[in-house]
Write a protein that binds this ligand. Structure first.
Ligand code: CP
Ligand code: NVA
Length: 306
């Protein structure tokens, strides 16, 4: 079905992101002034979770309510999705009963198959491959603090995971550069990241060199959900990929630090960095709410003149 979805970052173009960032500013300011705004009255969001969540669930559920709609929380544990009902059948049924769907699951292929059989827009709330809503909020946060992202340098330190892949796609769409440093054996796989080329990212074996001159330093857990069996092996492999004060020191003096959260202080980031003056992790987490409200409004109502 020819319907707009947000399954990976490059599903939207630069012009759409410019609109979404400007509109998020309006939606956020309105929320801060306690202005009632219910453009999605009588609309229903279904959220399907196959993995744990704090921020994604809260931001989508609270966001839908704030826009006047309703959100329904489904998990694979307590629905037929966990008992082998085909994704295609679930998509047909669920999308006849609601207006928009958000899915957090394992393989990207699952959200793609769901979307192909959905009557309503589908949003990727994290897969093994991508986390587009996170980078939507992260980019808004960067712009809020430092202005346009085009031409800037982002340093990604640690695992080349779903969040990293999404940063790499964003760099292609919005024309900035990502320096990536991972331990050997955990490098970016351009095919898995869904990249068109390698013009917008550069790999570094030394994390300090990746951070040199960066406008933003960012990282994530060493072990993502679904990969827990590799935890011990990863802790050994990633020991030198902890974002610390030495890394922040070689970045731009006004560099920001971001982490999608949840964080492990003393593993992927030192406490002095995540709790330090360059960290904007709480703004980043809050902005999930504002960015995703804007995303739902856009997918359901299109562009709104402000
Ligand atoms: N960053 C993020 O997606 O957090 P949750 O796993 O808590 O949703
Ligand atoms: N990369 C992490 C992000 C959690 C929000 C994971 O997939 O578990």
């Amino acid at each position: 079905m020819n319907r707009k979805h947000f399954l990976q970052f490059r599903d939207f173009g630069a012009d759409e992101f410019d609109y979404l960032f400007a509109r998020t500013r309006v939606i956020k300011d309105r929320f801060k002034r306690y202005e009632k705004y219910h453009p999605l009255a009588d609309r229903t969001l279904v959220m399907i979770f196959e993995k744990a969540s704090t921020r994604t669930r809260l931001s989508f559920e609270a966001g839908m309510q704030q826009l006047g709609g309703t959100a329904i929380y489904l998990t694979t544990r307590d629905s037929q999705l966990g008992r082998g009902e085909p994704v295609e059948d679930a998509a047909q049924v669920i999308s006849r009963m609601c207006d928009i769907v958000m899915i957090r699951t394992f393989e990207q292929e699952i959200v793609e198959r769901f979307a192909a059989h959905s009557r309503v827009p589908v949003i990727n709330g994290l897969t093994n491959e991508y986390h587009p809503c996170q980078i939507l909020a992260d980019l808004f946060t960067f712009i809020e603090h430092r202005g346009p992202i085009a031409g800037r340098t982002v340093a990604w330190i640690g695992d080349s995971n779903n969040v990293c892949n999404t940063w790499l796609q964003a760099a292609e769409v919005l024309d900035f550069v990502v320096h990536v440093s991972t331990p050997p054996g955990y490098e970016v796989e351009p095919g898995r990241a869904g990249l068109f080329g390698t013009d917008h990212f550069k790999e570094f074996s030394d994390p300090i060199e990746a951070c040199r001159g960066a406008d933003l330093v960012t990282t994530d857990v060493w072990t993502s959900m679904g990969f827990e069996a590799e935890n011990e092996e990863r802790r050994r492999a990633f020991a030198d990929w902890c974002v610390d004060a030495d890394m922040m020191r070689v970045a731009q003096p006004d560099a920001l630090f971001m982490h999608c959260l949840p964080a492990h202080r003393g593993e992927e980031v030192a406490a002095e960095v995540i709790d330090g003056p360059q960290s904007v992790v709480w703004d980043e987490a809050e902005n999930r709410l504002h960015a995703q409200k804007t995303l739902m409004e856009y997918l359901l109502l299109g562009r709104i003149e402000t």
